[in-house]
Unconditional design. Structure first.
Length: 255
């Protein structure tokens, strides 16, 4: 009387559809794999350092003093952050009146305006090339950040230019450009020596003099040209007079 009646519609555990638990497990495994791949992509523990750059890892904001060189590297997600730094040759230009866009390894700034010994305004266009020291990348980032050129090098260059050019008068600068260029190079190499850079080249491109000085220089040049022209005319006249005397002498002797 307590037995199950045949055909009453009840289903025992052994009567479930076969393979349902296996399919659920398969879907669960695929979902777990997708979640793992998404987490890997988002957290991105793998990074590549290209030639010409280094990476400084920071752990909870503290920089690792040992830079990572070109190759494949790993970091701890959410704990470590990779800071990339270009250690190739960098070119710093000072030219024109407006700030131009920067390029790959090229930093552009307006020309440097200084006062000469008479407090007359002068504009200098120059370029310098330097290479950051890869081994000291961590200290460079810690002290000055990624825009170390604007915070460190640009102020040093402006200060050196003021010190060198400020000792000259505008009238002298046009004739002593080579001397000024050499002085700038020596001073800039010395100024950057305590910092993690190697100065490669310094080139003085152009010197913009005040209009009144430029006009005076042009007047002096025109006067020199006129003096040279008159000297040539006088020299030619002297030759002509000498030639005339020689011809007269030949005529007298022929008679």
């Amino acid at each position: 009387m307590f037995g199950k009646k045949k055909g009453d519609g009840s289903v025992t555990p052994a009567g479930r559809a076969p393979g349902r638990s296996g399919v659920s497990g398969l879907f669960g495994g695929v979902a777990l794999l997708i979640v793992a791949l998404v987490a890997f992509a988002v957290l991105n523990p793998v990074y590549t350092v290209e030639s010409g750059e280094v990476v400084v890892l920071s752990t909870f904001g503290r920089y690792d003093p040992e830079p990572r060189l070109p190759g494949l590297h790993f970091r701890i997600p959410l704990v470590q952050k990779a800071h990339f730094l270009d250690v190739r040759l960098q070119t710093l230009n000072f030219r024109g009146r407006e700030d131009a866009p920067d390029g790959d390894g090229i930093l552009n700034h307006p020309g440097i305006q200084v006062l000469d010994a008479k407090n007359l305004p002068i504009t200098l266009d120059l370029s310098l090339q330097f290479t950051p020291h890869a081994t000291e990348a961590a200290g460079l980032l810690e002290r000055y950040g990624r825009n170390y050129a604007d915070r460190l090098i640009v102020p040093l260059v402006r200060e050196v230019v003021r010190d060198v050019v400020g000792g000259y008068q505008s009238e002298q600068i046009a004739n002593q450009r080579g001397e000024i260029g050499r002085a700038l190079e020596v001073k800039l190499v010395e100024a950057l020596k305590p910092y993690p850079f190697t100065m490669e080249n310094v080139a003085l491109r152009e010197i913009g003099l005040p209009a009144v000085v430029q006009k005076k220089i042009e007047e002096v040049q025109l006067a020199k040209q006129e003096e040279q022209r008159l000297a040539m005319v006088e020299q030619q006249a002297h030759k002509d007079r000498k030639s005339t005397r020689l011809n007269s002498s030949h005529l007298v002797l022929s008679r």
